[in-house]
Design a binder for this molecule. Structure first.
Ligand code: NAI
Ligand code: MG
Length: 485
């Protein structure tokens, strides 16, 4: 039974309906059942949230709060999330369709760690004293940017919200979080928990709604100072264009078509496992998914056989069942996209060696079997476009040079993996790949301390890590004081 399903907007530490009374349905993709009708924020509602956030940046309650106290509040919020992790995990699974063990055992602990990491940053933000010429004292202040709009996607709803909200609050900003319309429930509960542990009104507001209405209004709003966005490259471009009008500070974490390179000297068993989690973890609805698997020819046939075999054993099932490895695709719309790519792969002549079937569990829900295409060529759409589903494209490569060239033959640059026992080669590949993250003999590792973000059209700005947080969520003021010359 789901607990604490919240369905109104969270503004100024209060639940409010949309100004026009509008709502939208959020649905459990594993069953097709409606979970709740949620308030659908429009421009007037975003105005209200921005006013509340702005007030917090003027009122001493939030803006004047001493950094030790801010740190303590973030730590208390981490504790509250931890104490409610079962409930939040269940909400996430119901809204997104991911296996409960992924939500509860991977996402939730990382969210808790993230708030604790940035709690530690809150009271260590400081400026410099700078040796300028002349009889002056010059120093810098690191100040919050102001009102920060965070727009997040549906694949890791609470984790990706935490990646932005925790550092933005740690740096003393007021935040308006706009969760994806497919998955608003954990964000709403986060707002409520923040108030329960003592965050003052306006510090964290949550406005559920659609991108074209709520998201766009936030991006256009003249009193929002920065936008931190995670989502599709297509919408990232719109956000950047729209934000130009009011010169907002923008950071974009966008899509990918990440290469996972398996060299001939790799430990085959680990490489197969890594290729598999690289694309099937989170149903492949992962921005860094290793969706292109580049395999050196000497081991190509052996690898494809083992990979297909492993994929065929990835259990599709009820997300609440412990044995389930592939949960439900987030929405019917997304499942249609995935299936269209499966058809495109077949039509373009790739060899389907596993999966590719739409299915249901107990006659319900949006499911697809773990899909592997072999003999994929770089020109094919399944090798170029982000599918965002459990579909791997295996591409043969001649040698390490060919692997690097093929890996970089994409508009994206979010992440990459390389599997080899040759440590020198591994580090060389890491340098040559144009991507914000490179994993060597592992895949999909994240830590609050390690920066994550894109090269090329995978965006710019980094999430996680203290340096990236300071860069995104503070601005520097230079102060000059005349001293007795
Ligand atoms: P999307 O980019 O439309 O959604 C991400 C967020 O942006 C949501 O909160 C959405 O409401 C918001 N948004 C949409 N249009 C907006 C606008 N004009 N102004 C401001 N905010 C806006 O992604 P969508 O349509 O849900 O998924 C489509 C494809 O995008 C997926 O198949 C996948 O390829 C990619 N995607 C990539 C993600 C990533 O983490 N890199 C996350 C989600 C989707
Ligand atoms: Mg969209």
């Amino acid at each position: 039974m789901l607990q604490n399903v919240r369905n109104r907007m969270w503004i100024g530490n209060e639940w409010v309906d949309a100004n026009d009374g509008g709502t939208f349905e959020t649905v459990n993709p594993a069953t097709g059942e409606r979970i709740a009708d949620v308030a659908s924020a429009q421009a007037a509602d975003v105005d209200k949230a921005v006013a509340s956030a702005r007030a917090a940046m003027v009122d001493k309650g939030w803006r004047g709060m001493n950094p030790h106290k801010r740190s303590k509040l973030l730590w208390k919020l981490a504790d509250a999330i931890e104490a409610n992790a079962d409930e939040l995990g269940a909400l996430e699974t119901a809204d997104n369709g991911k296996p409960y063990f992924e939500a509860r055992k991977v996402d939730l602990p990382s969210v808790v760690e993230n708030f604790r990491y940035f709690a530690g940053l809150a009271d260590k933000i400081q400026g410099d004293t700078i040796p300028v010429a002349g009889p002056f004292l010059n120093y810098t202040l690191r100040e919050p940017v102001g009102v920060v709009g965070c727009i997040t996607p549906w694949n890791f709803p609470l984790s990706l919200a935490a990646w932005k909200v925790a550092p933005a609050l740690a740096c003393g900003n007021a935040v308006i979080l706009k969760p994806a319309e497919q998955t608003p429930l954990t964000a709403l509960r986060l707002g409520e928990l923040a108030a329960e542990v003592g965050f003052p009104p306006g510090a964290l507001n949550v406005v559920p709604g659609f991108g074209e209405s709520a998201g766009a209004a936030l991006v256009r709003h003249p009193d929002v100072d920065a936008i931190a966005f995670t989502g599709s490259t297509e919408v990232g471009k719109i956000v950047m264009r729209e934000a130009a009008e009011t010169l907002k500070k923008v950071s974009l974490e966008l899509g990918g078509k990440s290469p996972n390179i398996v060299l001939a000297d790799a430990d085959l068993k680990s490489a197969v496992r890594g290729a598999s989690t690289g694309i099937f973890y989170g149903k492949g609805e992962v921005c860094a998914a290793g969706s292109r698997v580049l395999v050196e020819r000497p081991i190509y046939d052996e690898f494809v056989a083992a990979f297909a075999e492993r994929a065929s054993k990835a259990t599709v099932g009820d997300p609440m069942d412990e044995g389930t490895r592939l949960g439900a695709i987030v929405s019917e719309e997304q499942l249609d996209r995935v299936m269209a790519y499966v058809e495109a792969g077949k039509a373009e002549g790739a060899r389907l060696v596993s999966g590719g079937e739409r299915t249901t569990v107990d006659g319900k829900g949006n499911f697809v079997t773990a899909t592997v295409f072999a003999d994929v060529a770089s020109e094919m759409r399944i090798a170029r476009e982000e599918i965002f589903g459990p579909v791997a494209a295996v591409i043969p490569v001649d040698d390490v040079e060919d692997a690097i060239r093929t890996a970089n033959d994409t508009i994206y640059g979010l992440a990459a993996g390389v599997w080899t026992r040759d440590i020198g080669k591994a580090h060389r590949v890491a340098r040559e790949i144009q991507a914000g993250t490179v994993w060597i003999n592992t895949y999909n590792q994240y830590d609050s301390a390690s920066p994550f973000g894109g090269y090329k059209q995978s965006g710019f700005g980094r999430d996680l890590g203290y340096a990236a947080a300071l860069d995104k969520y503070t601005q520097t003021k230079s102060v000059w004081v005349a001293v007795d010359g």
